[in-house]
Ligand binder design. Structure first.
Ligand code: ZN
Length: 463
């Protein structure tokens, strides 16, 4: 099967252009799939690809761990738990991954993202090596598996190769963490450079690019932070999990005498290129550090609710100068509309006020901000945007009667009827143009993973 053909022009019955809904929006695209011309209030012309309903910029997923998808709907029994008990279940899932299994699973997960309206993803990737920590031969087998999955699903992938050196402050990697690690910061930087060189020759950068991540301040010792700050190429996006749990804040303070945001700032890492993921338990001073830096804060509200992390100080971060982006993280939910709504709902529950984030701000967080966090061109309907679009049916049982400009508070992924990436129609009515129904792919991938996990668990217990 070949990729869908690029459309030279689209006509949207209604479209979100420059922060408002306009009727009769006509777009032209170039060979790279970028919007070159936009008209509003015009009729369709012959040859235009017609998009009924309301067309929005597609969503950009700023935080994902694809393999966490197998935990969906499986972590809620067995009484009260916490982020830390959930993490043990996640480690079990990571233990059984092989490049072949990961390619199959990630293809299904990326296909799910595409049909629900996400057209790019920042994959925060740390399952680099074999379970015993030794390298795959040939090199970068896991990373290639993810890249091939992205190509199959048509999603734009920013592979954030993650530095993960310690199991905690002054604690070595143990057990399932061994496969996440590198010898030290210098070895990680070397592997990252090798990965960039390999991918540059193998993949179109508009489809697959490489970024960098530090797993967290607890996973990268302070002297390595200093080295990485000096040596990391300036053109790479840099992401980090920050202040997701109070326990890691306390441990950071004890080990370094600083809050985690302050620790990053001390080493010159709190800059505009930084994306701080979660940022849930920040001090007022931390908020100022991230705001002054103009950093992006990647919030994952449905994950943070699922993991009992807490409610982000989202409006405070925005008011301090930080840019807000959204991610689906562990994929208990893969739905840009629910993520937008959960951001505003969290703020309402925390503050007792409605409307801290306008629908336009929610849409910007879900689209342009997530693309910027990946170093990518913003998706949208204006000239210069990537022609990455999601068209919504405004007449379903969820959306009927809603004002088009307020759909961020009413629609769900089930209302997305068409998804366009780079001017190509890649999904219609929940089906992927090349891969079909993502539910079937997910079922097959989860079944194979379950069998592998069973084998892995039995083998581990026999040792
Ligand atoms: Zn994460």
């Amino acid at each position: 099967m070949s990729a869908p053909e690029r459309q030279a022009s689209f006509w949207c019955e209604q479209g979100w252009v420059n922060g408002v809904v306009a009727a009769g929006v006509r777009l032209e695209t170039d060979a790279a799939g970028t919007v070159t011309r936009t008209e509003t209030g015009v009729p369709a012309r012959e040859g235009d690809c017609r998009l009924p309903g309301v067309t929005f910029p597609a969503a950009s997923n700023a935080h994902s761990h694809a393999f966490h998808r197998i935990l969906r709907g499986r972590t809620h029994a067995g009484g009260p738990g916490s982020f830390w008990t959930w993490r043990e279940q996640m480690y079990d899932a990571a233990g059984a991954l092989t490049p072949e299994l990961y390619e199959q699973l990630a293809t299904a997960v990326f296909a799910e993202m595409v049909v629900t309206g996400w057209t790019s993803v920042a994959e925060f990737h740390y399952v680099h090596h074999r379970p015993d920590g030794s390298a795959y031969a040939p090199e970068h087998a896991m990373e290639r598996a993810l890249a091939r999955a992205a190509v199959a699903a048509g999603i734009r992938l920013t592979l954030l190769d993650t530095c993960y050196l310690a199991g905690g402050f002054n604690a070595p990697l143990r057990g399932e963490q061994l496969r996440f690690g590198d010898r030290d910061g210098a070895a990680w930087l070397q592997r990252l450079a090798s990965l960039r060189a390999a991918f540059a020759g193998e993949f179109d950068p508009a489809q697959v690019s490489v970024g960098a991540a530090l797993h967290s301040v607890r996973a990268v010792p302070e002297d390595e932070l200093a080295l990485i700050s000096r040596e990391l190429p300036a053109d790479l996006p840099l992401h980090i999990h920050l202040s997701e749990q109070p326990a890691e804040n306390e441990a950071c303070l004890e080990a370094s005498g600083l809050t985690s945001a302050r620790l990053l700032a001390k080493h010159g890492l709190a800059t505009r290129r930084l994306s701080a993921v979660h940022a849930t338990h920040l001090s007022g001073e931390d908020i100022t550090v991230l705001g002054d830096a103009g950093a992006t804060v990647v919030l994952c509200p449905t994950t943070e609710a699922d993991l009992a992390d807490g409610i982000d100080p989202a409006a405070q971060l925005r008011d301090a100068g930080a840019r807000i982006a959204l991610g689906t993280d562990q994929h208990a939910v893969v739905d840009p509309w629910l993520e937008m709504r959960a951001l505003e709902h969290g703020e309402r529950l925390r503050s007792g006020k409605r409307g801290s984030f306008s629908p336009a701000e929610l849409l910007a967080a879900a689209s342009g901000a997530g693309a910027a966090a990946q170093g990518r061109r913003a998706p949208g309907l204006a000239p210069g945007n990537s022609c990455d679009l999601m068209a919504v049916d405004p007449n379903t049982i969820r959306t009927a009667g809603s004002r088009p400009g307020q759909l961020a508070l009413a629609a769900t992924a089930s209302d997305v009827h068409t998804v366009v990436i780079g001017g190509r129609v890649v999904a219609r009515n929940g089906r992927h143009a090349l891969l079909g129904d993502p539910a079937a792919l997910l079922l097959a991938a989860v079944a194979v993973m379950d069998a592998a996990n069973l084998q892995h668990t039995t083998a581990t217990e026999d040792q």
